[in-house]
Design a protein around this ligand. Structure first.
Ligand code: ZN
Ligand code: ZN
Length: 209
């Protein structure tokens, strides 16, 4: 078979092969699927994502641990790169968030600590472990999960992102998008840079014109 079901040719550039070598996916279709999913039913996707996360906590954790283990150096460089090229923005955002939600955050954390002492200890341990690896505590988790979910395919152009990708904010931070799992996905650097401060929907429109 030379073409996918939709008739795209399986060239090396638009073919994803699963790590076990058993599955072959067309990147053009994969990107179209992802886009359609996000466009039509973002809420539903988000619910499903968190559902999936809950159901497969262990498997995901194992996958993530393994992925980080195998890609430690690469991830470190990527994260440092990302942090340095967005340093001001990240710091500004964190500062502003803490400022805006001061009382709420204090109350929340006090409540949480009271209710979940064991969990808090676990969290501190985890965070310290991550700190030692110098990985941001969100990025490694999300990146490895997204890479799996997106089959190493850029959400916008369907390009191969296995060697280089950007963490993409669908609603940009500059437009009050959140730096959280429900506002992020992976794209190739080119699409990320081209998108700039457009939202997911605006970039779609701009691309179709
Ligand atoms: Zn296809
Ligand atoms: Zn792209």
């Amino acid at each position: 078979m030379v073409n996918c079901k939709k008739g795209h040719e399986f060239t090396p550039a638009n073919t994803y092969i699963s790590p076990d070598g058993k599955h072959r996916k067309c990147r053009i279709c994969q990107s179209a699927r992802l886009k359609k999913k996000y466009r039509e039913n973002r809420k539903h996707v988000l619910n499903k994502r968190s559902e999936y996360r809950l159901k497969n906590k262990r498997a995901l954790h194992e996958y993530q641990t393994k992925y980080i283990e195998n890609n430690k150096e690469k991830l470190l460089i990527l994260w440092k790169d990302y942090y340095h090229s967005n340093k001001e923005r990240i710091q500004q955002y964190q500062k502003q968030y803490r400022k805006d939600n001061k009382e709420r955050m204090l109350k929340m954390s006090a409540n949480y600590k009271k209710k979940n002492p064991a969990r808090c200890r676990e969290y501190v341990r985890k965070r310290n472990a991550l700190k030692r690896n110098q990985l941001g505590n969100f990025s490694c988790w999300m990146e490895s999960y997204y890479r799996w979910q997106q089959k190493d395919t850029c959400i916008y152009c369907g390009g191969d992102i296995s060697s280089n990708f950007h963490l993409e904010h669908m609603t940009p931070l500059a437009r009050e998008g959140l730096h959280s799992w429900d506002n992020t996905c992976l794209s190739c650097p080119r699409c990320n840079l081209r998108k700039g401060t457009l939202t997911f929907e605006e970039f779609e429109v701009a691309n179709n014109v």
